[in-house]
Write a protein of this length. Structure first.
Ligand code: TYD
Length: 210
């Protein structure tokens, strides 16, 4: 049986990595042999593109240029890593996927159409995520948390107005794709509570199953 492709999304500093780690541990405990991935990166070319894209010292590029590079990394990751793992019956937990490109590079109707066209070209229906979990947090709070970490990448450095558009992009995505998206407002929740909500939303909560 094919594994489940689960994507964790949300603005910089929303707690995605922590929750991805916890979800992976939960799936492992359930015997699912999960694979934990992040975008951009994981493959050799993906890591090189990550270095280019997230270099805080680079000049601004047109969002289409960024989107093409994120999708180049995505295409490689999908075919080299995600598809074989799913075919083996493993669950895949990926931090970020196309919803990130919509939120960060697709902030006008024209750019959104560009990103959706790339998604249709690069991600075939059988490799679309089964569930997208969006951790929703106001830009001001998310940036406060992201700021606690070491060096900010170029996207984190673009400021609150940009990050607020990112958040709105995610919320719009969750509305339009309500069929496969779980939107979790995380303000005021501790990591245990967020973990519980994700598990319940995915049907992985032992209490809910009992
Ligand atoms: P990362 O360090 O993974 O951020 P975080 O830990 O917050 O998830 O850096 C990824 C950065 O790249 C993040 O600022 C969002 C940005 N990004 C895009 O702009 N478009 C995309 O398609 C993806 C995948 C990421």
């Amino acid at each position: 049986m094919r594994g489940r492709f689960l994507v964790l999304e949300g603005p910089d500093g929303c707690g995605k990595s922590t929750q991805a780690g916890r979800l992976v541990a939960r799936l492992a405990a359930a015997g699912r042999r999960p694979l934990h991935l992040r975008e951009p990166g994981t493959t050799p070319v993906g890591e090189r593109l990550r270095g280019l894209l997230l270099d805080p010292g680079r000049e601004r590029w047109d969002p289409r240029t960024e989107a093409l590079l994120f999708f180049a990394a995505r295409s490689e990751l999908l075919r080299a890593v995600v598809a074989p793992a799913l075919a083996e019956g493993r669950d895949v937990v990926c931090e970020r996927f196309t919803p990130s490109t919509l939120a960060y590079q697709g902030q006008t109707p024209e750019l959104e159409a560009f990103v959706l066209a790339l998604d249709a070209l690069v991600v075939p229906p059988e490799l679309q995520p089964d569930r997208v979990i969006v951790l929703d947090l106001a830009a001001r709070e998310a940036l406060g948390r992201a700021g606690d970490r070491s060096a900010a990448d170029g996207f984190e450095a673009r400021g609150t107005a940009f990050q607020e558009r990112v958040r709105n992009g995610y919320r719009r995505y969750a509305e339009v794709r309500a069929d496969h998206t779980l939107l979790i407002p995380v303000a005021g929740l501790d990591p245990d509570q967020v973990e519980q909500r994700i598990a319940a939303g995915l049907g992985l909560d032992p209490e809910a199953e009992a």
